[in-house]
Ligand binder design. Structure first.
Ligand code: HEC
Length: 130
């Protein structure tokens, strides 16, 4: 084995050891209990009133309540009946998933994965007024 090959082999080991240490330190640097032990995701029996409405209220009603719809192109999402017209045909789901060809909602940022899944499962379970 020539010198260069030996050198680069050593270099790779040093680099790998360094990266491993860095990853170890980075992965242990969180002392937030929720990060270390995330609550198990239980996404079933989603309720319109208890699960879906709070997400829409916090993220969408600023532009889509009956009082604020002027900010949201006149689209009202507040209220079960109003929301239904966006559930049917899949508009609600495609805008929150930022799919191509629709306006991404909310316009700034995106709902979290768990919020999107909550709405998706609620729709899959029949979008009940529960
Ligand atoms: C800052 C204001 C604002 C917020 C917050 C907002 N929207 Fe909108 N939304 C708009 C505007 C403006 C339009 C109409 C223009 C357009 O389609 O881009 C719209 C349109 C829509 C439409 C109709 C799209 C269509 O093509 O018919 C839906 C559904 C919608 N928003 C859902 C949501 C949801 C769900 C949220 C929350 C996760 C949300 N929006 C948050 C401003 C907002």
């Amino acid at each position: 084995m020539n010198f260069l090959a030996l050198f680069s082999k050593k270099f790779i080991w040093v680099w790998m050891t360094f990266s491993a240490c860095f990853l170890l330190v980075a992965s242990c640097s969180s002392d937030n209990e929720e990060d270390l032990f995330p609550a198990p995701m239980v996404l079933e029996d989603i309720s319109y009133a208890n699960d879906v409405t709070p997400i829409l209220s916090n993220n969408c009603y600023g532009c889509h309540s009956s009082a604020t719809a002027v900010n949201g192109g006149g689209h009202i999402l507040e209220g079960y009946t109003e929301l239904q017209s966006y559930v049917d045909g899949g508009t609600l789901l495609s805008v929150i998933k930022h799919e191509d060809g629709v306006s991404a909602m909310p316009p700034f940022g995106m709902l979290s994965e768990i919020q999107i899944s909550t709405i998706e499962i609620w729709i899959e379970e029949g979008a009940l007024d529960n």
